[in-house]
Write a protein that binds this ligand. Sequence first.
Ligand code: 5GP
Ligand code: ZN
Length: 115
Amino acid sequence: MPDDCLFCKIAAGTIPAKIAFENDELLAFYDISPAAPTHILIIPRQHLLNTTELDEQSAPLMGRMMLAATQIAREQNIESSGYRIVTNTGADGGQSVMHLHLHLLGGRYMAWPPG
Ligand code: 5GP
Ligand code: ZN
């Protein structure tokens, strides 16, 4: 794990976060600066930079991240109203934290296309 990775530190418990879900390989926590009434981040405990590092081996992990996001959406009661799951990659994608994560956003209408 890179020493300076914020989300590795959150996964390790060194930096606190409000946890929504956790298991051996994944952690979900509330975004510190929510962009919607529901805004939860889903990360693997394992450090991966972003989607550019996905491969055949990590693809099932990404699938389980998606599944966790949908289960959290159900628990957050936004399943029927709808929600958006996004992952930002690199500079043009608007990625600011360099540890793979999904955003689960809901509780309001999401405009398309995104800004
Ligand atoms: P990105 O811009 O990389 O797609 O998303 C990073 C997200 O992490 C942003 O929505 C930002 O608000 C959130 N974030 C940044 N620092 C912290 C923090 O220390 N704690 C929590 N809970 N979220 C953070
Ligand atoms: Zn990391």
